[in-house]
Design a protein around this ligand. Structure first.
Ligand SMILES: [Zn+2]
Length: 387
């Protein structure tokens, strides 16, 4: 057995509530001190993850994030405080982690986790556990593939609106993310938390579930969430559990794997890089600048806003008409067929569905405003509040 680091008298005091648990004890606490955990993301899930792992006495915590703290993060990313707005998230994270437990060795990776740097970061230390605290499909597949290729456990969590899920993907002992979702959803079909919203406390519930699993893996105790997907619904206050099976045909962890190295995950998930551009040969989207020029020329397209009334009350584009996405089919009579129509939502995903629907109904001159009102506020009209 590996030599475990001794605890100092201060550490014995600090961890006394752990030490008197027979399932943790002195040896378990030494294991925690010896452990190295890599967190991908320091946002909604990353906040409770970082704080509780530090408090628990995990010796080395690595964190990957490129972002800075934004006002709209504070509702759920509890590691970041109001005075931190504008600060790099990793700087803020380091201060809080060191504040809770100065014994922790904090290793920041101030970068976006990508195919180019993922292997290097994942092999920079001998991480015992990698925890996925991200919120987008390309990074989820990337974290999964890195973990499978390196044989590491991936403690997974995701959140949306009033729901969350968590599991442990560990290809050597159970299924991986690709066994569960061989294909990513079509781009734009599954809204992000920025688009669909999320109740802040869900981050705490799911993030803490992930910490619990990570600690159990480090201690080698209890029954981990391997092969089990825990589903949580806050409105019903119910936990459900789905059995997950390893797919023998999984292209990554199956018996005849075809994926043997990292791929281009943006492309795999059908996402372009950088600013959204309309697909060549189609005119289904219009960017905010072209739209502004159109208005400046005095053209008067019908502007349909398919967001929810609460969002419309926060901000709107002058002259737009509110028809929430779900009401579009019943209220088509309010949308003229013989005029140019521009549909928008917050970021462009819901409105794309509306445009696809309307085109099927014969609205040939109907376009999606790429990037939604958020792009409009960012690039055209800074007086429009962003949320
Ligand atoms: Zn698999």
């Amino acid at each position: 057995m590996q030599m475990l680091p001794k605890l100092t008298p201060d550490e014995i005091k600090r961890y006394s509530r752990h030490l008197i648990l027979p399932e943790v004890g002195l040896e378990g606490q030494q294991r925690l001190k010896n452990a190295k955990v890599l967190l991908i993301g320091s946002g909604g899930l990353g906040s409770p993850l970082g704080l509780y792992l530090a408090a628990a006495g995990v010796g080395t915590i690595g964190m990957v994030d490129f972002d800075v703290v934004d006002f709209s993060n504070l509702q759920r990313q509890i590691m970041h405080f109001t005075p931190d707005v504008g600060k790099p998230k990793l700087k803020s994270a380091e201060e809080k982690i060191k504040g809770i437990n100065p014994n922790v060795k904090f290793i920041p990776y101030p970068a976006r986790f990508t195919s180019e740097n993922a292997m290097e970061i994942a092999q920079d230390q001998d991480w015992d556990v990698i925890i996925d605290g991200t919120d987008n499909f390309p990074t989820r597949y990337l974290v999964n593939d890195v973990c499978v290729l390196l044989g590491k456990p991936n403690v997974y969590g995701s959140i949306f609106r009033f729901e969350g899920q968590a599991t442990v993907f560990w290809a050597e002992k159970g299924p991986c993310y690709r066994c569960l979702y061989p294909e990513p959803p079509p781009p734009g079909l599954v809204p992000s938390c920025a688009e669909g919203g999320v109740l802040g406390v869900i981050c705490g519930i799911i993030g803490c579930t992930q910490v619990n699993e990570a600690i159990k893996l480090i201690l080698g105790r209890g029954n981990p969430l391997i092969g089990r997907l825990l589903l949580f619904n806050a409105m019903e206050m119910k936990f459900k559990e789905l059995k997950l099976r390893k797919d023998p045909n999984c292209p990554l962890c199956g018996t005849h794997p075809t994926i043997k190295e990292l791929i281009d995950y943006e492309q795999f998930c059908g996402l372009g890089r950088g600013e959204p551009e309309p697909a060549p040969g189609t005119d289904i989207e219009i960017d905010v600048r072209t739209f502004k020029q159109m208005l400046d020329r005095g053209e008067k397209p019908v502007i349909i806003d398919v967001r929810e009334p609460d969002e419309y009350n926060i901000c709107k584009i002058e002259g737009s008409k509110l028809i929430p996405l779900a009401q579009v089919p019943q209220r088509m009579n309010e949308i003229p067929k013989d005029k140019p129509v521009v549909v928008h939502c917050k970021m462009g995903a819901r409105s794309m569905r509306a445009v696809q629907f309307l085109r099927e109904q014969g609205y040939t001159n109907c376009k999606n405003l790429a990037g939604g009102i958020d792009a409009w506020a960012e690039r055209i009209d800074p007086s429009v509040p962003r949320y």
